[in-house]
Design a protein around this ligand. Structure first.
Ligand code: C2E
Ligand code: MG
Ligand code: MG
Ligand code: MG
Length: 269
């Protein structure tokens, strides 16, 4: 579908998609209000231990609940928020929401070990990120071992030196770190070697055809072996079928995330 861009302040209703299509300018205005009112809600998707088939942790996935237009997915607004410089503020709201909810999540599921939070490119190199996280740990009296941050390869392309420096600090503080959407970037292996990672999240695009495509199967097998040799744990993303799950289990993938085990959902209260 074509996104309406440019000067139009009007919002069109796209019948096919059943959703409103914002113009870019309108989106930026609406985001400003959304930040003021904190219209962002964090959904949590289970990440399951492949062997025990028990919930190991949750990934925090943001949704924007617009008062008139309903739920807007991150794919629709994050690229615009990043371009407009609004992502830092949104991300800080999300991170605080996760810290605030952690004890509730643990009380609902005492076996869970972490919440995993996506960190944007700009968020990592934001000057105050370390101080911000230190303050939040104190405010909510949390142990950082319960929190992971996910960074994507594409988010690391700019300012790699500064990025590594901040990620090292974040690790020193006791947080865990995973490389998201692994295999979709340009220098995946370089990042495996140079970043202070705990986990690798194998992108859904490798998993989709793992049952039928011998090459995908071989790639997944090799990536898991390589990761393990480097002392990293592996999460398979976007697992939708039992067969995909079983194949990953046989290949010794450590964790499984996907609709097969559960969709992202808000905390019931
Ligand atoms: P991601 O971090 O790779 O998150 C996984 C995405 O795959 C999520 O989409 C999740 O709902 C979806 N997913 C999980 N399992 C399955 C499955 O079995 N099948 C299918 N078809 N999809 C599955 P979502 O929630 O729309 O988020 C999209 C992306 O937006 C995320 O990709 C992440 O890059 C970004 N994002 C989401 N929340 C945040 C956030 O709080 N901060 C930042 N910086 N980025 C976020
Ligand atoms: Mg992620
Ligand atoms: Mg991912
Ligand atoms: Mg992804």
């Amino acid at each position: 579908y074509s996104k309406s861009k440019g000067k139009s302040q009007f919002v069109r209703y796209n019948d096919k998609l059943g959703e409103y299509v914002f113009s870019q300018a309108d989106m930026i205005n609406q985001l400003r209000i959304a930040i003021e009112r904190n219209e962002f809600v964090v959904y949590f998707q289970p990440i399951v231990c492949a062997k025990a088939e028990k919930i190991s942790g949750y990934e925090a996935l943001v949704r924007w609940i617009h008062p008139h237009r309903g739920m807007i997915s991150p794919g629709q607004f994050i690229p615009i928020a990043e371009a407009s410089g609004q992502m830092i503020e949104i991300e800080q709201l999300i991170i605080e929401e996760c810290f605030k909810n952690l004890k509730l999540l643990i009380s609902l599921n005492p076996e869970m070990k972490y919440v995993s939070i996506n960190l944007s490119a700009r968020g990592i190199i934001e000057r105050n990120i370390v101080k911000f996280l230190e303050n939040l740990l104190l405010k909510y009296n949390l142990d950082p071992k319960f929190i992971e941050f996910e960074v994507t390869e594409s988010s690391l392309l700019n300012n790699i030196e500064r990025t590594v420096e901040v990620l090292d600090r974040i690790k020193e503080m006791g947080f865990k770190l995973s490389l998201d959407d692994f295999g979709t970037g340009f220098s995946s292996l370089n990042y495996l070697k140079n970043l202070p990672l705990d986990k690798v999240k194998l992108d859904k695009s490798f998993i989709d055809n793992i049952e039928t495509d011998e090459r995908d199967h071989l790639m997944v097998k090799s990536i898991i072996e390589l990761s393990h040799r480097l002392g990293l744990l592996v999460v398979g993303e976007g697992v939708e079928t039992k067969n995909q799950r079983d194949l990953l289990y046989i290949l010794e993938c450590d964790f499984i995330q996907g609709f097969y085990y559960g969709r992202p959902e808000p905390i019931a209260n």
